[in-house]
Design a protein around this ligand. Structure first.
Ligand code: HEC
Length: 272
């Protein structure tokens, strides 16, 4: 039921957003989007992803016919509150650092009996196709931390190493344009056409940005996760396509999450 409603809303909002995103390429678009956001501020369509994600969390429709309630996201089996603001983190059972999505892949394979292919093959909703279960689950789990503070202490050496790797990746420039994250995300007031680019060296901007994902994208009519954001920035950077659930993505997410440490977690937000 929840999923049917999502699909209807997706259709309606894509139609509404066409006028906004393709209408006129000037600052009028930014204020129009702001107006649209204000209008919908009490009713972010992401609410529907939260409801469907909750349904999926408790669903037993999987090979082992068990829900995800035994999944430990770092605060004990089934504990959702505060889990997202402490991720990525080290998990002793697998002896590695995982972000939320890697941990979900793990739980869905080990607890629910999905194959790796089933757990990873459809992370991002494609236009006109079924909503990705992963995006719904992530939105639900993340929303359980809304209003809390980012808390990434990096106590474990593996967490520190992951952070260092993420930092290196952030500064690493390569490819046909010699781009790195740093090229687009290190100065104030940078923009590409209409899009304002957050500066991750500025703590306030890092906090505000990280604390807003997953986000409902008006232009796409979809909720997108941090994994999708990075996937898309790899494309902008002219890097090879990022593999979903790869440790390199977790490293970058660790770097961004730590840069936002102490900030208010306020997602799912709504964005252009
Ligand atoms: C060529 C420029 C470019 C590069 C390089 C780039 N990005 Fe981006 N990034 C963008 C643009 C443009 C947006 C805004 C996209 C939009 O609004 O659709 C964005 C948005 C983001 C956001 C979300 C911002 C927000 O306001 O919520 C994050 C997080 C991010 N990028 C991280 C990264 C990381 C990490 C890297 C390196 C792997 C990277 N980006 C590399 C252009 C770039």
């Amino acid at each position: 039921m929840g999923r049917l409603v999502i699909n209807l809303i997706r259709l309606g909002l894509v139609i509404c957003s066409l006028g906004l995103s393709h209408g006129h390429a000037d600052d009028g678009t930014i204020s129009a989007v702001q107006e649209y956001r204000d209008l919908l501020s009490d009713s972010n369509p992401a609410e529907l992803w939260i409801l469907s994600g909750e349904e999926l969390w408790f669903s037993t429709t999987n090979p082992n016919e068990v829900s995800l309630e035994k999944c430990d996201l770092g605060k004990g089996p089934g504990v959702l509150k505060g889990a997202y603001v402490e991720l990525p983190r080290y998990f002793p059972d697998v002896e590695k650092v995982m972000d939320l999505e890697q941990r979900l892949i793990h739980c869905r394979m080990v607890i629910q009996g999905l194959s790796r292919y089933e757990a990873t093959s459809y992370p991002f909703t494609k236009r006109g196709e079924e909503t990705s279960e992963i995006e719904m689950l992530v939105t639900f789990i993340a929303s359980e931390s809304k209003g809390m503070r980012m808390n990434i202490p990096l106590n474990h050496v593996a967490e520190k190493n992951m952070f260092d790797l993420g930092k290196q990746l952030f500064y690493f420039r390569a490819g046909s344009h010699d781009f790195g994250c740093i090229t687009c995300h290190s100065g104030d007031n940078k923009r590409i056409r209409l899009q304002e680019l957050p500066n991750f060296k500025n703590q306030e901007q890092a906090r505000k940005t990280y604390g807003s994902w997953p986000a409902y994208r008006v232009s796409a009519g979809e909720v997108r996760t941090m994994q999708h954001r990075l996937y898309d920035c790899f494309r902008q950077q002219r890097f090879p396509e990022a593999t979903y659930g790869d440790d390199l993505m977790t490293a970058l997410i660790m770097f961004l999450a730590k840069s936002a440490d102490g900030g208010l977690y306020n997602a799912p937000a709504m964005k252009r």
